[in-house]
Design a protein around this ligand. Structure first.
Ligand SMILES: NC(=O)c1ccc[n+]([C@@H]2O[C@H](COP(=O)([O-])OP(=O)(O)OC[C@H]3O[C@@H](n4cnc5c(N)ncnc54)[C@H](OP(=O)(O)O)[C@@H]3O)[C@@H](O)[C@H]2O)c1
Length: 331
C-alpha cells in the first residue's frame, strides 16, 4: 500500500470503458495509475504504455495481490463484476466496480458482505451520481423549486450491431438493454422520486433471449409516476424530464453525462443552467472515491450501497416480469 497521500489505482480489464475512465483518472491529482491487468499481455502492455502506468499484469489474480495498489476499478462484462470484485476485496483492495454492481440481488448482497468482512471500500461506478449538474438538480428538487414531482420520463437507447456473442446480446455475459443502459433511467428516477410502489414492464426480446428494448412504468404511493425506456436497437435522445407541480427540469441528451439542464418555473421563461463537468465526467466519481479512501471512509454517502440494492431489486423485478434470466442466475 502507498504510504504517501497518493492513491494507487489498478485497472482490471482493458476494454472500452477502461480507456475513457483512465483518461479522466490522469486528471485527478494524487491518483496514480499504478497498474492495469488484461488477460492478454500485449493488450496490458499497450494500455500501460499509452497511459504511463507503473506496471501491468497478464492476470487479474496477480494484480489483485499487488501490495502497492490501494483501489481497483473493475471494468469487465456484467457477469464478472461479482467474482472480480470479490477477488480484489479478499486481497484487501478497495473496489470501484462498473455498473451494475452485480447481476442480481444475491450477488450484490454477497459483495457487500465481503466488503464489510474485509473492511474495504466498495462502490458501484454510477458516475452520473457525482456529476455537478446532477448534484445541482438534486439541490433544486430538494429546495422545492419545481414543487412536488408528479411525473418523470427518461430514456437511454442506442443502436448496437447485432452479435450474439457480444456482451450486449449474450445472455452468458448478462446482456440486454436493461442492465447495460436501462440502469441510468432507473437511477435518475430513484434519485428524484425514490422507490416506487408498483412496477409494470414490457419488453422486446432479441433472438438470444435478452431484452433489446424495455419499457418500465413506475408508480408511487402518492400517485406520481415515471416512464422509462431503454434500447440497444434504437437510438434515442437519452433525455430526462422531471415534471413538478410548480415547474419542470429538462436534462437534455445525454442526461447521464449532463453538462447543463433547463429549468422552467411557473410561468417564467425556461432558463439554461450551465454547470459543466471535468473530462468525460468520470473525474468526479474518481475524486469522490479518492477522498473516501484517503479519509478511511468505507462506504460512499452519495452512491451508497443501499442505492445499489434498490437498483438491483428493481432490475430483478423487471427481469422477472419480462422473462429474462441468465445462466449465472442459477449459480
Ligand atoms: N460508466 C460508463 O459510462 C460505461 C460505459 C460503457 C460500459 N460500461 C460498463 O463497463 C463494463 C465493461 O464495458 P466495456 O464497454 O468496456 O466492455 P468491453 O470493451 O467488452 O471490455 C470489457 C473487458 O473485460 C475483460 N473481459 C474479461 N473477461 C471477458 C470475457 N469473457 N469477455 C469479454 N471481455 C472480458 C476484457 O479485458 P481484457 O481483455 O483486457 O482482459 C474486456 O476488454 C460493463 O459493465 C459496462 O456496463 C460503463
Amino acid at each position: 500500500m502507498t504510504t504517501s497521500k497518493n492513491i494507487h489505482w489498478g485497472i482490471l480489464g482493458c476494454g472500452k470503458i477502461a480507456h475513457k475512465f483512465v483518461s479522466d483518472l490522469l486528471l485527478s491529482e494524487n491518483s496514480v495509475l499504478y497498474a492495469c491487468a488484461s488477460r492478454d499481455v500485449k493488450k496490458a502492455k499497450s494500455f500501460a504504455d499509452q497511459y504511463n502506468a507503473v506496471t501491468y499484469y497478464d492476470s487479474y489474480e496477480d494484480m489483485a495481490q499487488c501490495k502497492e495498489i490501494d483501489v481497483i476499478y473493475v471494468a469487465t462484462p456484467h457477469t464478472f463484476h461479482h467474482g472480480h470484485s470479490i477477488l480484489c476485496m479478499k486481497n484487501g483492495k478497495h473496489v470501484l466496480c462498473e455498473k451494475p454492481l452485480g447481476i442480481n440481488k444475491n450477488q450484490v448482497l454477497s459483495m457487500i458482505d465481503v466488503a464489510k468482512t474485509h473492511k474495504v471500500f466498495l462502490m458501484e461506478a454510477m458516475w452520473t451520481a457525482f456529476l455537478p449538474t446532477i448534484l445541482d438538480i438534486q439541490k433544486t428538487i430538494n429546495a422545492g423549486t419545481i414543487g412536488e414531482i408528479r411525473h418523470l420520463t427518461a430514456d437511454f437507447g442506442f443502436l448496437a450491431v447485432f452479435d450474439p456473442n457480444s456482451r450486449l446480446f449474450n445472455p452468458s455475459l448478462a446482456g440486454g438493454s436493461l442492465l447495460d443502459v436501462g440502469i441510468y433511467p432507473i437511477f435518475i428516477s430513484i434519485m428524484a422520486m425514490g422507490m416506487p410502489s408498483t412496477i409494470q414492464t414490457s419488453a422486446t426480446l432479441s433472438t438470444t433471449g435478452v431484452d433489446s428494448e424495455c419499457n418500465i412504468l413506475l408508480t408511487y404511493s402518492d400517485g406520481s409516476s415515471a416512464s422509462l425506456y431503454s434500447s440497444i436497437t434504437c437510438p434515442t435522445d437519452t433525455k430526462c424530464e422531471i415534471y413538478g407541480t410548480k415547474g419542470k427540469i429538462t436534462i437534455p441528451g445525454r442526461f447521464h453525462e449532463a453538462r447543463h439542464y433547463f429549468l422552467k418555473k411557473d410561468d417564467l421563461p425556461e432558463i439554461k443552467c450551465e454547470v459543466g463537468r471535468i473530462g468525460f465526467g468520470y473525474f468526479h466519481e474518481i475524486e469522490h472515491v479518492k477522498d473516501c479512501i484517503t479519509k478511511g471512509i468505507m462506504e460512499s454517502d452519495t452512491m451508497h450501497l443501499e442505492i445499489s440494492k434498490h437498483l438491483v431489486a428493481l432490475m430483478d423485478e423487471v427481469r422477472r416480469q419480462i422473462g429474462v434470466s441468465y445462466p449465472i442466475d442459477d449459480e
